[in-house]
Design a protein around this ligand. Structure first.
Ligand SMILES: [Zn+2]
Ligand SMILES: [Zn+2]
Length: 296
């Protein structure tokens, strides 16, 4: 039996696709009934995408009987918006859905969200590197993945991660080294294109400049003393791992001896066997099950 598609819905979807083009996607059933509309909403900035600091995806599920029945709405992938702002937008969406039963409201919902984004087109989330918010006058950057950082903080992040990358590369044999370093977004790990030299000229975030210097109080000093004593005790009992020493303990050697650790069994053999883990080098090692192996 052929599906009866509500003319009002078809007309609304057609108009929406003509206006929003790539910013809207509509899912339809095999019978051609639209059941899900997703719209990427940005602030109105006359298409100047560099000036758009917030965004959100509006997902509208068209329940059977829409528009006589209200749709279900969800806000996904918010960028630059804090929970409070999302809550206010959501509240107004729900009001609109309840008050407009019988009228197609997809376009109105998108406009409602857009108005909110336009009136608050400054990231409300904190910079996840320094954990301070964005103040008027701060130099900040919006990545292509719509995450926000103070320019100063991102420059620090990029410089330090590159230094770490180079140091790690130095430890690898030549054939395993990679020359390509990419700055990754600290939140979503998408590669970021940024000019570190320019970013590093940005001033310290205003909130960091005016932050008071933290002085440990008596309670914190007491905790520090306690932790220092604990550290010494753990070190004496062998409970502190020295990463450099630990690195050199686990060696892969061919000759003269090695031990293959397989579950709780210990097998001594030649280097031609290639299964399991190989440990050696005249050190004592511990496998994951806590069996201590002493090698000659
Ligand atoms: Zn920051
Ligand atoms: Zn990101």
């Amino acid at each position: 039996m052929e599906e009866q598609v509500d003319e009002r819905v078809l007309e609304e979807i057609e108009a929406l696709e003509a206006i929003l083009m790539d910013d809207v996607s509509v899912k339809k059933s095999t019978g051609g009934t639209p059941y899900l509309v997703e719209a990427d909403v940005f602030p109105a900035t006359a298409d100047d995408t560099d000036q758009q600091y917030v965004r959100v995806t509006l997902e509208v599920k068209l329940n059977p009987g829409y528009p006589d029945n209200p749709p279900e709405v969800l806000l996904r992938n918010p960028r630059g918006l804090d929970d409070e702002r999302l809550r206010v937008i959501m509240e107004q969406i729900e009001e609109k859905c309840q008050s407009c039963c019988g009228d197609p409201i997809l376009y109105d919902l998108i406009e409602l969200v857009r108005e909110h984004l336009t009136s608050s087109n400054l990231p409300a989330c904190p910079c996840t590197i320094c954990l301070y918010g964005f103040s008027d006058g701060d130099h900040f950057i919006k990545t292509t993945c719509y995450h926000y950082y103070h320019a100063y903080c991102l420059a620090e992040h990029a410089t330090k991660t590159e230094k770490f990358f180079r140091e790690e590369q130095e430890k690898l044999p030549q054939f395993q080294r990679s020359q390509t370093f990419e700055v990754l977004c600290p939140i979503c790990r998408e590669p970021i294109k940024c000019d570190v030299e320019t970013l590093s000229k940005a001033p310290l975030p205003l909130a960091v400049q005016s932050a008071s210097i933290m002085e440990p109080d008596a309670k914190l000093r007491e905790l520090q003393d306690y932790m220092s004593a604990l550290y010494i005790q753990q070190k004496e009992k062998g409970g502190i791992i020295d990463p450099d020493a630990a690195d050199s303990k686990v060696l892969l050697v061919n000759e003269p001896y090695y031990v293959v650790i397989k579950s709780s069994q210990t097998v001594v053999g030649s280097s031609t066997s290639n299964s399991n883990h190989l440990y050696g080098g005249g050190e004592s090692c511990t496998n994951t099950e806590g069996v201590r192996l002493c090698l000659e």
